[in-house]
Design a protein around this ligand. Structure first.
Ligand code: SF4
Length: 329
């Protein structure tokens, strides 16, 4: 398979039309996944705490009343999700130094061993700080979490990994280098996951490609990313510059990701973030997966697919065959 250089990717991003890129990306997607299959999964996101000392400019956590969910509430949310068909929990929160390590271990243990969920959890920034707060080397923490039942780690919190954008978005968050080394440790520990890019601020085309290249380099070493998810910033706070991302730009991004990541098999489209019309188009521009049915808040559900039936109907209406997958593919 031809490997697209960063230089050529930048040229395509600047000069190619979205239609050209989408057609090429669709061909590549058909080579890898066939013409028909589009996958989806069913997990419940549980934001266990909204207390976070990092204070990223785009994050809305700080605007809400502080909480840390008690174990009982997490279990009852998980059980309700099971009734709706979920087989995985996506466990994520802020960087809250007041939470003891036992809290995480006990909850993951219960979710995975007693309730039989797959547990995907923690962004690299959370893992970095949990290890630091517990004065524990990261590999040791990862082994403890894995033993408790953690099965994968989302590569969240990457957004755009260049030092200029880091300063605007999240000066206190992990540097690109630290983000990559946490992900590498996760992959080494047998905890695979995903990675993403988020556009729609003041990033430049060069920075988008630099970001994609970082992720591809990690993947060349570890092969731990199972999927890649192109996203756009959602308006959450007023402290952060957001621009409108036109549909053609988003589709172009999906297509470029498919063509650039010769080494990551799955490209996910966020129907929740982008809506059904654009979600459907993305399936003809390189994406082969629609991520999870949304079992969360009503307000978010109005955009995404809110049940297994709705996910399957959406995929069929788009002209594909729905295939349910596990959270780890
Ligand atoms: S690290 Fe995550 S939870 Fe904390 S402020 Fe940043 S985006 Fe929000």
């Amino acid at each position: 398979m031809e490997i697209l250089s960063a230089k050529d990717a930048l040229k395509l991003w600047k000069n190619a039309s979205w239609g050209e890129l989408a057609a090429e990306a669709h061909k590549r997607r058909v080579e890898i996944h066939g013409k028909k299959n589009v996958s989806y999964t069913v997990f419940r996101i549980i934001n266990y705490t909204n207390v976070c000392k990092i204070a990223c400019s785009f994050c809305s956590f700080k605007n809400t009343k502080p909480y840390t969910l008690p174990k009982k509430e997490i279990i009852s949310t998980a059980l309700a999700a099971k009734k709706q068909g979920a087989d995985a929990i996506f466990f994520q929160g802020g960087v809250n130094p007041a939470i003891p390590l036992d809290y995480y271990i006990e909850i993951i243990n219960t979710l995975s061993k007693k309730l039989k969920f797959k547990v995907r959890g923690f962004s690299p920034v959370e893992l970095f700080h949990i290890a630091k707060n517990n004065k524990m080397p990261l590999p040791e923490l990862l082994q403890k979490l894995k033993k408790a039942g953690l099965s994968s780690v989302p590569g969240a919190g990457a957004e755009i990994m260049t030092s200029r954008m880091r300063k605007i978005l999240a000066p206190n968050k992990l540097s690109a280098k630290d983000w990559m080394s946490v992900m590498e440790e996760c992959h080494k520990a047998g905890l695979p996951g995903s990675a993403n890019v988020v556009i729609g601020s003041s990033e430049t085309p060069e920075e988008i490609i630099e970001h994609l290249n970082y992720v591809r380099e990690v993947q060349n070493k570890t092969e731990g990313f199972q999927s890649f998810i192109p996203w756009v910033f959602q308006p959450q706070t007023k402290n952060f510059p957001i621009r409108h991302v036109r549909s053609e730009e988003y589709i172009k991004l999906v297509a470029l990701c498919r063509l650039f990541f010769h080494n990551i098999p799955n490209i996910e489209v966020s129907v929740l973030g982008m809506g059904k019309v654009l979600g459907e188009l993305a399936l003809y521009a390189g994406a082969n997966d629609i991520s999870s049915v949304v079992l969360e808040e009503r307000v978010m559900r109005s955009q995404g697919v809110g049940s297994i039936e709705e996910a399957e109907e959406f995929i069929k209406n788009a002209g594909f065959k729905p295939v349910r997958r596990g959270v780890n593919y």
